[in-house]
Design a protein. Sequence first.
Length: 345
Amino acid sequence: MRPKRQIRRSISQNCVHTAREAVEELDWSQQCREGLDGGPAQCSSSSIDNRETSPSNPESAADPCATVESCSHARVASDYTISRRGLLRFAGCAVFAAAGLATRSKAEASALPSVVDKAWQVMGGGPPDLFFPDQWLGVWRVESTLIKVETPLGPDFIPDLRVVERAKREDLNKPLRYEVAFIRNRQGKIITDRRFNTNKLLDVYMGAERAGHDNIKWDPNNPNSLSLLLPGGMNILTRVTRRSEDPVAADRLDTSEYFEQVFDTPGRAEPRVKASQCYTKYKWRDERQAAVDGGPAIVATQVISDYLTAYDGEMRLLQAQNKPVVVYTYRMTFRRDLSNGAIAI
């Protein structure tokens, strides 16, 4: 099997991060199984903290981020690095109702979306999904570039400084290209096709040998949870915990999603849990105008921030005062991919 690429870059609305995290988790799992010195290794993770911190200023972005894992071996102090960039913008997910659909009849399931949407909003989760302009329907070619990496509280508050250093060295100002799609849900509203987007990002990060599209479970009419099964048996469950959107002008939209992911890896004593916020500012223009000068129809700025959790030490957590320890800023452009037709499959 060819070695998996170490992934240190974020991407499109709620999708890229999971692809990256998945690959790094596979790398971690493989190294722990094989041993860093040629022999067996034991892997463990700390207990899971489901604490959800309060939202921070969206202009500087995010929420919690990671559990602390250890792979104990004679030479665990190797140069291998586990990413700490808390689950970026991945295929959103949350209300537990989606998982229950499999046990309900079709009649019951068809009645659930509106009920779930109302309950979600009553509980303070915000809108049931992020909604976009009608003209965004279809497949787009995206170019995402990491333009800034900030450490507001200094290096002493960063759980794994190697991740930040690698991002600055290998990812900064290097564009990444992939496809994203927007579809209509049952109510006729335009939403991101999180299944399609996840699949395309996995193609970019993991190559053709990975498991196929059928291992991504997501329902556009109950969009708050997505399950991804990867080669080797690792399962990633992503769920949105709350979201908001603000149409600040006729051609501008600001969105925010808080979400958490559970990485359940064979051989690990306990799953790994991460949580993050993805804050994105979109601006767009008519596609005919874009065609005149060959520029993008949609541009966006996306900010991902990592926060400390209890797993990073109680004292450091208190000292950080719920401020971000690492902030990643991305610039994104969207161009219509006419070769794929108007609607994603």
